[in-house]
Design a binder for this molecule. Structure first.
Ligand code: AMP
Length: 411
């Protein structure tokens, strides 16, 4: 099947050709026709499947015939909500790229950066707005955004929006848009709460499922190291020195862990950077750019911060902490080995993480090959280290409601 078969119009075909795509991906083949027909869709697809173009192309096509003069009096007619800033930036870059042979304008707005430049562009008028929920509501409250003319609303990475606590904001945004509109919901997984949300805001949606079979991409070779928790950093350094070739994305569960590892690797002379929820937008983007353009070879991230980020050439993924969800393992390692490159996925498992490995292996239906030849083997009889709760020395309920609200996110 070609993009022409999907009835994509010429200006978009030209942009697709310029991007070097020869044929539509599976999610594009299945989602573009119903979206062009104006139907609501629920798509389960992960990043890396080409899902952004699966909604961006038909949205642009629907707007193309109705486009206004280059700048004057534009109204926002398509709205894409994205949970993270990086993802929002990426989505808008896609729109900008595919719209290069049209008058259609897009803008991305997100928190953590100055609001004024975003207001300036909004005043000039845009057709498509990509936004994170908080900043969108903020701008709407200040009357810089009018959602009365929205024809298509996209909720991207809906499951992540749920995980990050944005679901009420999303519902609020949906209610601010006209009732008569097309709604497209994209999510890597469809948990119960997303199903419920879909029931309330989508009309007779077409369901499209392109989640890869649970099996992990064929072109990722996996290897597992059993290691005591306290020796993980040494093993990590050993592997960086002796095994790992090319760039590596290291996953840790918490931002505290990310910072600690970053410090140790830097002390050992590695050019390293990191992304997690506590870093501001510009630092996160800088870190990502440095990694993408090869200035740093090691990037350390939490799952949530790294979710959805598209890194074209990623040689290795390193699970410093084993993920406690099998899906997360598949997500993480699916980032390497793309586009015909062979990727490598290293995992380190300590005594307390053994049960995670079992669950992962059942889920992917593969036994991950174990490497025993390394300097820090785990005693097979080793018991997980149990941290006894000492209890707080302060009285319960000591914190005020206000300070509890300020509780920092862990991701
Ligand atoms: P996404 O899942 O939208 O994050 O896309 C993942 C990557 O696939 C991006 O780098 C896109 O530029 C690329 N891509 C999207 N559509 C196609 C296509 N039809 N052929 C080849 N690559 C594509």
């Amino acid at each position: 099947m070609s993009f022409k078969d999907l009835k994509i119009i010429k200006p978009l075909l030209k942009a697709i050709e310029a991007s070097g795509y020869s044929e539509p991906t599976l999610v594009q083949q299945r989602a573009i026709p119903p979206v062009l027909e104006g139907r609501d869709v629920i798509v389960s697809a992960q990043t890396g499947t080409g899902k952004t173009a699966a909604f961006a192309l038909p949205i642009l096509q629907q707007l193309f015939d109705k486009q206004d003069a280059p700048k004057r009096g534009k109204k926002i007619r398509a709205l894409v909500i994205s949970p993270t800033r990086e993802l929002a930036v990426q989505i808008q870059q896609n729109f900008k790229n595919y719209a290069q042979f049209s008058n259609l304008r897009s803008l991305v707005v997100f928190g953590g950066t100055s609001i004024e430049p975003q207001i300036d562009v909004l005043k000039k008028g845009v057709d498509i707005l990509v936004a994170t929920p908080g900043r969108l509501l903020d701008l709407h409250k200040q009357d810089y955004i009018n959602l009365d003319h929205i024809e298509t609303l996209v909720l991207d990475e809906a499951d992540l929006m749920l995980a990050m606590g944005f679901i009420d904001d999303v519902k609020k945004i949906e209610r601010l848009c006209p009732e008569e509109k097309q709604t497209l919901l994209f999510s890597a997984t469809i948990p119960y709460k997303i199903e419920e949300l879909a029931k309330t805001i989508l009309k007779d949606p077409e369901r499209i499922d392109v989640t890869p079979t649970k099996s992990v991409a064929q072109d990722v070779s996996q290897v597992l190291y059993y290691v005591p928790k306290r020796r993980k950093i040494e093993l990590c350094l050993h592997l960086l020195r002796n095994e790992i070739k090319g760039n590596v994305l290291i996953f840790r569960r918490t931002k505290f862990g990310v910072n600690k590892l970053e410090q140790r690797l830097a002390e050992n002379g590695y050019k390293v950077d990191s992304i997690h929820g506590d870093k501001n937008q510009s630092d996160r983007q800088t870190a990502l750019n440095k990694f993408k353009n090869g200035y740093v070879k090691v990037l350390i991230a939490t799952d949530v911060a790294a979710r959805g980020i598209d890194i074209n050439k990623l040689d290795n993924v390193f699970n410093f902490d084993m993920p406690n969800q099998a899906e997360t393992y598949v997500h993480r390692i699916g980032r390497t080995g793309r586009a015909g490159n062979i990727g490598k996925a290293y995992s380190m498992c300590s005594a307390d993480e053994k049960s995670y490995v079992k669950t992962i292996e059942q889920y992917i239906n593969v036994q991950i090959p174990i490497e025993t030849e390394h300097p820090y083997p785990l005693d097979p009889k080793a018991k997980p280290i149990v941290h006894k709760k000492k209890g707080s020395k302060y009285k319960k309920g000591r914190k005020s409601v206000a300070s509890k609200k300020k509780k920092k996110r862990w991701y």
